[in-house]
Ligand binder design. Structure first.
Ligand SMILES: N[C@@H](CCC(=O)N[C@@H](CS)C(=O)NCC(=O)O)C(=O)O
Length: 236
């Protein structure tokens, strides 16, 4: 049995969860990793990030790598293309979601809770998000799906990315550009009605509410301080 180490609010994990739901895979357990954020987790998973797929004790990190691995071992239903060119397009749009939008959003998210916001960081990363959303607006499908007129790996990568844009960008003082981008806006409205996207959006919102409560009651800051001290002690 495989286990996906994941967390409700982890958008990179949400990408893989959406793929698992869309493919109807039921024999992968989905759990928070023990010792997440602590040296013990880093000891076994050196990158120290989730998602991680545990295949009988062999750990596979990186959401895009896990996604491709799952496509290989559960080829049906395929979330890739029917031709190499179609697959190349799906992977391009997935990279726009993952690397060009989500990575920048994830790095930006710390500024939402920073005691003193660094406006240079917000301008740099927020600017990249806006630029890449404009590119997406010119490339995205106009029939409710990112590519190919059906759910693909591109939708799995874009759904958590657009969740972050909608819910985290305002927290750093920027308006989401999505409403002004007609094609992305129409896509996003349609994707929210897809059952697999809706399921991960419920999980992401639940995770966001939990995180906001932890920030309000101080437990998040206390955990981060404890984790930082333990990491320094362990030499990470
Ligand atoms: N490139 C990685 C990014 C994963 C990532 O940044 N995960 C976040 C949660 S969404 C994490 O584990 N952060 C913990 C940390 O930064 O220590 C992927 O695609 O899986």
């Amino acid at each position: 049995m495989m286990t996906l180490y994941s967390g409700d609010l982890s958008p990179f994990s949400a990408r893989v969860r959406m793929q698992i739901y869309a493919k109807g895979i039921t024999d992968i357990a989905i759990e928070l990793p023990p010792h997440f954020g602590m040296p013990k987790f880093r000891d076994t998973a050196p990158i120290g990030r989730i998602p991680v797929l545990d295949v009988d004790g062999d750990l596979i990190p990186e959401s895009a790598v896990i996604a491709e691995y799952l496509e290989e071992i559960y080829p049906e239903p395929s979330l890739l293309g029917a031709t190499p060119r179609e697959t190349a397009h799906i992977r391009t749009i997935a990279r726009l979601g993952d690397i060009y939008i989500l990575n920048n959003m994830f790095m930006l998210s710390g500024q939402a809770r920073a005691k003193t916001r660094n406006q240079g960081v917000v301008d740099l990363l927020g600017g990249q998000v806006v630029r890449n959303l404009k590119a997406l607006d010119r490339m995205i499908g106009q029939d409710g799906f990112a590519c190919s007129g059906r759910l693909t790996m591109a939708d799995c990568a874009l759904t958590p990315a657009l969740f972050m844009v909608e819910n985290v960008l305002p927290g750093v003082g920027m308006d989401s550009p999505v409403p002004s981008l007609a094609n992305v806006a129409a896509y996003w409205a349609a994707m929210k009605t897809n059952e697999h996207a809706a399921r991960v959006l419920v999980e992401l919102h639940r995770g966001l509410e939990e995180r906001r409560e932890m920030i309000r009651n101080g437990t998040f800051e206390a955990f981060m301080a404890k984790a930082a001290a333990a990491m320094a002690q362990a030499g990470y």
